[in-house]
Write a protein that binds this ligand. Structure first.
Ligand SMILES: NC(=O)c1ccc[n+]([C@@H]2O[C@H](COP(=O)([O-])OP(=O)(O)OC[C@H]3O[C@@H](n4cnc5c(N)ncnc54)[C@H](OP(=O)(O)O)[C@@H]3O)[C@@H](O)[C@H]2O)c1
Length: 397
């Protein structure tokens, strides 16, 4: 481990000035590493000096399969073959949030868990659908895991990944970092409710947990790889452009961040020696949030077509539903009934015109993300490789 390690070598694009932990022993545990955000975090770590101090909680039959699952996650981020070889079985902790007791009862796991000092907790069910495991995993399993780990290890920091969208549709905009939604908050989907409840339980029932609440806004694509690692949510933008109508106005702003910046920021929040705050929005904020007009231009450039411009019209859900007969012609092979439901669900979010203040990140010296319009062309070009129906699957697990 290089002494006085500078973030510049690990995080060159977003956080050139930050220094992070340089004195071993520290042990970082990443949960959710096989997922979209977790895979991006792992791809950043594998080329950093933190790698040999990093462990992963993985669902797998054995450690060998755990290694293969981490490698598969890295392959999605187009990590070099030589770096894939750096994943080793002793980095793998086998476990499932659905059975936390079993996880801690395994002696091999326990030895590793005892040494953990820092955590990035990304494991969750992240879906807008009504998944039966949302509460058992996002609330009960997550809580039990954090409680047991804080009893087992000498934790110095527990970065929990929440979601900025959990504040509900009635929050003041741009949403301040100290905003607390009222108890009567209206949740658009059960997922956001689970994310609020677990944060409240951490604060109320585990007051000694060294909790850092990191709430990313909508994460779309990768600033260099576009949608190749995941098509999550990009298909909604693609749908809007192909329908030439959606629930937002061209002048509305949308707060989107790329997954690589999100990953680097989460690593910074986990390993920066001191933090000034306990709560962070990982967001573009009002300054860097792109308008739909800017996105229209960027996406059209990526597809090699003319922007819609004045051809685009803001529409109600009912108007979009009335176009159902045109879905297949415009959007490619799809089930129009499922597409209509998806448009209803995501159309509500697209109409929010919501942004999140990111003063706390700026205060830490962390650079803001590139605006979505700066890399939406890469997303548009890479998204042409598959159909919208195929791309939606990422969000309807
Ligand atoms: N994507 C976004 O736009 C976004 C925005 C804001 C916040 N977030 C938050 O970021 C976090 C990661 O989201 P994501 O989009 O990366 O989700 P994702 O791609 O679905 O990944 C979820 C991860 O959680 C793991 N997991 C699920 N159930 C588990 C269980 N019972 N035990 C242990 N691990 C389990 C999955 O492992 P398996 O591979 O074994 O299923 C996977 O590694 C979530 O907390 C989400 O709320 C995401």
């Amino acid at each position: 481990m290089a002494q006085g390690y500078n973030f510049g070598s690990c995080l060159p694009r977003a956080h050139p000035a930050l220094s992070v932990l340089s004195n071993p022993p520290y042990r970082l545990l990443v949960t959710g590493a096989t997922g979209f955000l977790g895979g991006a975090i792992t791809a950043e770590l594998v080329v950093s000096p933190h790698w040999t101090s990093t462990h992963f909680l993985v669902r797998a039959d054995d450690r060998r399969q755990g290694v293969e699952r981490i490698r598969a996650a890295l392959i999605r981020f187009e990590v070099d073959a030589s770096d894939l070889a750096r994943v080793t079985e002793d980095q793998i902790i086998l476990g499932d949030f659905r059975d936390v007791d079993a996880l801690f009862a395994d002696p091999a796991n326990l030895a590793q868990l005892k040494a953990i000092t820092h955590v990035i907790n990304g494991a969750a069910i992240a879906t807008f659908s009504n998944h039966p495991q949302l509460w058992p995993i996002n609330v009960e399993g997550t809580f039990n895991f954090a409680r047991k780990l804080s009893e087992t290890a000498r934790l110095q920091r527990f970065v929990h990944i929440g979601t900025a969208m959990c504040v509900g549709p009635d929050a003041p905009v741009p949403v301040p970092e100290d905003y607390t939604p009222p108890a009567t908050i209206r949740h658009l989907v059960p997922y956001t409710e689970t994310k609020v409840v677990i944060e409240e339980r951490f604060k109320r029932e585990l007051p000694n947990l060294p909790l850092v609440q990191a709430r990313p806004t909508i994460v779309v694509g990768h600033s260099r790889l576009g949608t190749r690692p995941s098509t999550s949510i990009y298909w909604v933008f693609r749908t809007a452009q192909l329908l030439e109508k959606f629930t937002c106005a061209l002048t509305d702003r949308i707060d989107v961040v790329p997954v690589d910046w999100t990953a680097r920021t989460l690593i910074a929040l986990a390993l920066k020696p001191t933090l000034k705050h306990h709560f962070y929005h990982l967001s573009a904020g009002l300054q860097a949030a792109s308008t739909f007009a800017e996105l229209d231009v960027a996406m059209a450039r990526g597809r090699g077509v003319a922007p819609l411009g004045a051809k685009y019209r803001q529409a109600t859900y009912e108007e979009l539903a009335a176009m159902r007969g045109e879905y297949q012609a415009r959007l490619g092979p799809c089930n129009p009934r499922i597409m209509q439901r998806a448009i209803k669900l995501y159309g509500v979010f697209a109409a929010l015109n919501i942004t999140f203040r990111n003063d706390h990140l700026i205060d830490e010296g962390i650079a803001p993300p590139p605006p979505f319009a700066q890399y939406a062309d890469v997303c548009a070009a890479t998204a042409e490789a598959s159909t919208i129906a195929e791309q939606m699957v990422a969000d309807f697990k």
